[in-house]
Design a protein around this ligand. Sequence first.
Ligand code: ATP
Ligand code: MG
Length: 568
Amino acid sequence: MAKPPQGQQDFIRAIVSRDLDTHQFGGAVRTRFPPEPNGHLHIGHAKSLCVNFGIAGEFAGGRCNLRFDDTNPAKESSEYVESIREDVRWLGFDWEDRCFFASDYFERFHDYAVSLIKKGRAYVDSLSADDIRRHRGTLTEPGRDSPYRTRSVEENLRLFSHMRAGDFEEGAHVLRAKIDMASSNINLRDPTLYRIRRAPHHRTGAAWAIYPTYDFAHPLSDALEGITHSLCTLEFEDHRALYDWVLDECAVDCHSRQIEFARLNLTYTVMSKRKLTALVDEGHVSGWNDPRLPTLRGLRRRGYPPDAIRRFCEHIGVAKRDSVIDVRLLEHFVREELNARAPRVMAVLRPLRVVLTNYPDGDGEELPAVNNPEDPSMGARMVPFSRVLYIERDDFCDDPPPRYFRLAPGREVRLRYAYIIRCADVIRDERTGEIVELHCTYDPDTKSGSGGAVRKVKGTVHWVSAAHALEAEVRLFDHLFTVPDPDHDPEGREYRSLLNPNSLERLRGCRVEQALRDAAVGRRFQCERQGYFCVDDDSTGGQLVLNRIVALRDSWAKIAPGRSQETR
Ligand code: ATP
Ligand code: MG
């Protein structure tokens, strides 16, 4: 069977290769991605998807299943099932005809549980949840046996069948594995296998009154699907002994190997479903697809290309130790992807009116502009130019500091793809003193691309023709949190108190090139000198709304000494 070259292997791929060499699983590689449909996927799940689908794809004949771990009806719904399927597809993964549900195996889980009872390996416990906890012991003290641990097989079978029939209230009984209350691994101190739950299940309705725990359902689901390598995150390391116990005691045909890897954490955000749910439910963000969230819906709406997310996940690889990855690395992959593919346009976010007093009135002219200098095959477009333009407010300075090469009174600047202009007059509001517009002159001999010995000036600025531009709302995003690791604040502050109040800035009255007139939701492009942008869902026929995906360069990095921003 084909294997990736040894040199590129991480520890999981090395184990899979070794298992193939030793014919451990009959030469098969089968993995699964097992989301619980109780929330939307985030970029941490993207890592797990890349690991599971990636490894299956690298070994000839490898397969990865999508499996919904839907064993807790209280929090799960088919709305999440659909959203997860959509997000997995969007990332570019294909489960083909292998989308499974743990709930499809409920009858078989139940039969395995009955077999454990018959073997004397499981019993019905009637202690309350609190008492069970009290009997469990601690890391330093062994647990104590429940008084119900010695129930006969017959009594256990009878009680378990009444549990299934719905004859008891929630919490009245549980089914527990009979392992070892003195085990140094607390997970082996007679863990719970089944609980009574009276909530309707999104797929099985009211058919079941008992539901298996993750620790029981997960290994059995893997076995029933013939999974060879069950890849999960580090918090399950201590559960591996129980995973193996369940598979050994249930005498299944396929005993999958559980391998744990570190979760993905990113700076300036949170990744726990509980915290993300709280941010959504408490209205700190606009919904699960808020472009500031690390959810796949949020990243998609923000405009992150799925390929960039996958490349990022491949780049960080898998490790055994938890760490927090700098979000700037993710942004780097987003920029790299968009730099190659996104068409360029000009957009003015904070417009300042410029009147070219010596330019003729009327329709103006059309000037050629390159669509993407990285990719000549993307061609060029014609950009309208006329007597009244907008430039960026920041590209003019009344009283310029040293090394300011943009427009200032009496100074010259080049308009990208157009002419050199000189600022002749600054027109102010008589009452407030605020700048209303600039009166400039253009030099007709300096047209871009016209050849000849055209004069050079240090600054080039972008612009749009006032009469031709479209109006847009632009949303700029900053980190959702003010500190790099809101889960572990050195001062012990709660994550919600660390939310960045300035994470969203909405600019209205921006002006963009008319090339965006019919741009569909989700279209991505670079606004020259501003960053990469994407047409937001909120856009309507009359109102264009743009999200800034990422700025052109990292605004958080210190500008290197000796290099000014003017060089861009
Ligand atoms: P829950 O607390 O509800 O279990 P979860 O984040 O583990 O939340 P699941 O739906 O159980 O969500 O996750 C599906 C798969 O994705 C699991 O195999 C899980 O280990 C993996 N996963 C979840 N979060 C991350 C993460 N941050 N990095 C890598 N893998 C993750
Ligand atoms: Mg989980």
